[in-house]
Design a protein around this ligand. Structure first.
Ligand code: 3H9
Length: 692
């Protein structure tokens, strides 16, 4: 069956698009729609046409997989021109999502009707693009400049009723969409309603500085991204240029963004999010375990955040802690978090009440006997974890999944505390757990396949990006980060200062540099880990004791008012000359002659050391694919989406260049720290990348 079919119901032509899963505008769909319009125009019995889609949704946009391939005619702007120029009324019948090119198709129709649950939006900005088939020219004309700026620059869709209030949709359909759309078309014909072309409307600014003001308002949030600012430029063209010229301007910007590295990276991110959920070698059809009730151990910051994730998805939670006061404090924090979300308009009082009611506190392990999944978020200590797992093994029903939220401990060893290692797995949430999207699921050697599949599905259900990784110290994320932390420590000794290192990492696009981040997380956390592993460290690592010196003074970061930086009562950071002197003195004591370190060297050493570790992680099979590592960094560590994740970024730099830099740093820092991973070396020598 072809993707687009033309049929008739009385005097109404129906262009029916059926291109699962999301009716994306592939070449065949574009050509089919164009043919359908021609057919309807040529058919003397047809007096109006509707465009309707099969499956779950209206057209969700251009086929993103076609970007990067040679363009194939007809192009979308030509198709939408053909629709708008039809002498017979065109009506878009929308269900599901009309997104991107889908909404552009709808806006080129003369009328739009939608079911109440439909959503419309122009999400191209999230792919590092702008709407390239008239969206930036038509939306400000039909809905005003402010709405266009908000919708196009955020990329967020709006519900049908709101779209109707804004004039984007003409009618909300009651009952069957096809019947309602055909009836609407017949009414348009019967009433001889004039054809209404959006292109003929006028877009006006609300104030002379509207575009500049808007650009300023998003500067912080959209730092580093090109597309949002290009969207503003294109919308401005809708106000300042005649329609056809505005279309040309939009097309030019669209093409240059599409070919740029940022959009390639952001398209990679789009597919990465969907790809990582699929575990290589495991069938999609593998039956999974039913998760109806979840137990959570530990009502602290982590456990409370995890409880919120499940309650938000409507899944009942039993929240267990040792003492009533811990429970009371934990529930208080959860309540406060929900109240904050409510104050910002994110949820209603009813939502909050419902979610709080789903979280049942308990002091007794007995209350966990009927849970389907239990996640422990107790103290990071192997002995404590084993004790907890032995108790869970005794109380939980057969088939319950026993998960640990550990961020570095060995899942296989934890599993030995139970008689059911096949049911044991890691579910590593990131703090704050109710906000951060990454869920690093850690498979043990004996974890059953259906347990792996279940935690991936559950992760998706609670809105996370679940990534499956294997057991090693720190798993994927913290293992790679550990290398960056060590390298930055060396850089401080050799001549850099925390402010310079932080600025380089911030300017690359991370939300903050390593020292600002450590101060925020609490320096005592890293210090404790360092002390625990001190005997495993190299001599240079042991001697690099700047962190020890800072912590010994009781400077634990933001919470104590000072760490690598000084903080005022609002937690604003300022560089601390005392710490800078401490670092300089440290270099002297260690006999290291400080030198000027360039920003480029900092960037390379901070990132390439992680990329090299990422390659080792792939070799060892800890991560199955480079995309898994990218997702960990994008969703757990704030890696800028416009660089696509560390492994994608490595390909944009070129593995040959990275390999050569690694050899250079091997000479400066030592082979102990800088030896290229055999995989990276092999790919570099073959002229390949991680993805090519
Ligand atoms: C555009 O329109 C440019 C124009 O302005 C100008 C052109 C000149 N293409 O998300 P799901 C796949 S740019 C190709 O899991 P859901 C997706 O990879 C486009 N494939 O489903 C997945 O594949 P798989 C602007 C696409 O129900 C499968 O479909 N539009 C596309 O959770 C199911 O997806 C957008 O950015 C696509 N456009 O959510 C909308 N979309 O099964 C992007 C999806 O192999 N799409 N796939 O993993 C979405 O936001 C969501 O997919 C949607 C459905 C909300 C529609």
């Amino acid at each position: 069956m072809s993707e687009v079919q033309f049929s008739k119901e009385g005097n109404v032509g129906i262009i029916f698009v059926n291109n699962p899963p999301v009716n994306a505008l592939s070449q065949a769909v574009r050509a089919g729609i164009e043919d359908g319009v021609k057919q309807g125009i040529a058919d003397k019995d047809v007096e109006a046409m509707i465009i309707l889609c099969g499956g779950n949704t209206f057209i969700a946009g251009a086929d993103i997989r076609e970007f990067g391939k040679p363009p194939m005619p007809p192009n979308l702007p030509d198709v939408v021109y053909a629709m708008e120029d039809s002498p017979k009324p065109m009506i878009a019948a929308i269900h599901g999502n009309a997104l991107g090119g889908g909404l552009e198709i709808a806006l080129s129709c003369h009328f739009r009707i939608a079911v109440p649950t439909a959503k419309v939006g122009l999400p191209e900005v999230k792919l590092g693009l702008l709407p390239g088939a008239g969206g930036t020219q038509r939306l400000p004309r039909i809905a005003g400049v402010k709405v266009a700026l908000d919708m196009i620059v955020s990329g967020d869709p709006i519900p049908a009723q709101k779209a109707k209030d804004l004039g984007i949709i003409d009618e909300i359909a009651d009952g069957d969409l096809k019947a309602a759309a055909v009836a609407f078309a017949k009414r348009v014909v019967a009433e001889k309603r004039p054809i209404r072309k959006v292109r003929e409307m006028v877009a006006k600014v609300d104030s002379p500085t509207q575009f500049e003001d808007f650009a300023k308002s998003i500067a912080r949030k959209q730092r580093g991204f090109h597309a949002p600012f290009k969207c503003i430029e294109a919308i401005r063209a809708a106000v300042e240029l005649p329609f056809d010229e505005g279309m040309k301007r939009e097309r030019e910007i669209f093409t240059s963004l599409r070919e740029g590295t940022q959009s390639k990276a952001q398209r990679h991110v789009f597919f990465a999010e969907r790809e990582v959920v699929k575990i290589p070698g495991l069938s999609d059809k593998l039956p999974i375990r039913d998760i109806k009730i979840v137990g959570i151990l530990g009502a602290g910051t982590m456990g409370g955040g995890i409880a919120m994730c499940f309650a938000n998805a409507g899944i009942p939670v039993r929240l267990l802690d040792m003492k009533q006061e811990f429970i009371d404090r934990g529930l208080g924090v959860i309540q406060k978090n929900y109240a904050n979300t409510m104050a910002r308009g994110g949820i209603t009082q009813a939502d909050m009440d419902q979610r709080m009611a789903l979280i049942k506190p308990t002091l007794s392990y007995d209350d966990l006997k009927d849970v389907d999944l239990v996640i422990e978020a107790v103290f990071e200590d192997m002995a404590v974890k084993k004790e907890v797992f032995a108790k869970l093994d005794a109380v939980c029903k057969p088939g319950a999944i026993l998960a640990s939220n550990t961020s570095y401990l060995n899942i296989d060893e934890i599993a030995t505390a139970t008689k059911r290692p096949q049911d044991v797995i890691g579910m590593h949430f990131f703090s704050p757990a109710n906000v951060m999207r990454l869920l690093e699921n850690v498979r043990g050697a004996k974890t059953a396949d259906d347990v792996k599949a279940t935690v991936m599905k559950v992760g998706k259900k609670i809105g996370k990006v679940p990534v499956m990784v294997g057991v090693c110290d720190g798993f994927v994320g913290n293992r790679m980060l550990g290398k960056r932390t060590r390298e930055c420590g060396f850089l401080l000794e050799e001549g850099a200062l925390p402010t310079q290192v932080d600025k380089v990492i911030f300017d690359f696009g991370f939300p903050m540099g390593p020292y600002a981040m450590s101060d925020m997380a609490g320096l005592d956390v890293g210090w404790r880990n360092r002390k625990a592993k001190f005997n495993e460290l190299t001599k240079r690592e042991q001697d690099n004791n700047i962190l020890d010196k800072i912590c010994e003074m009781g400077r634990y970061g933001q919470k104590t008012g000072s760490g690598f930086y000084k903080y005022d009562e609002k937690r604003n950071a300022t560089p601390d000359p005392f710490i800078e002197e401490l670092i300089i003195k440290h270099s002297q004591e260690r006999g290291i002659t400080r030198r000027v370190i360039t920003d480029q060297e900092i960037l390379e050493r901070a990132l390439y050391i992680m990329i090299n570790e990422g390659a080792k992680i792939l070799e060892e099979g800890i991560a199955a694919r480079p995309v898994d590592i990218d997702a960990v960094y994008l969703y757990g560590y704030g890696f800028p989406a416009y660089h696509g994740g560390p492994m994608f970024y490595a390909d944009t730099v070129g593995l040959k260049n990275i390999y050569e830099a690694i050899l250079k740093y091997r000479d400066i820092v030592g082979a102990e720290y800088w030896t290229p991973s055999p995989l990276l070396e092999k790919l570099a020598k073959e002229g390949k990348g991680f993805y090519s």
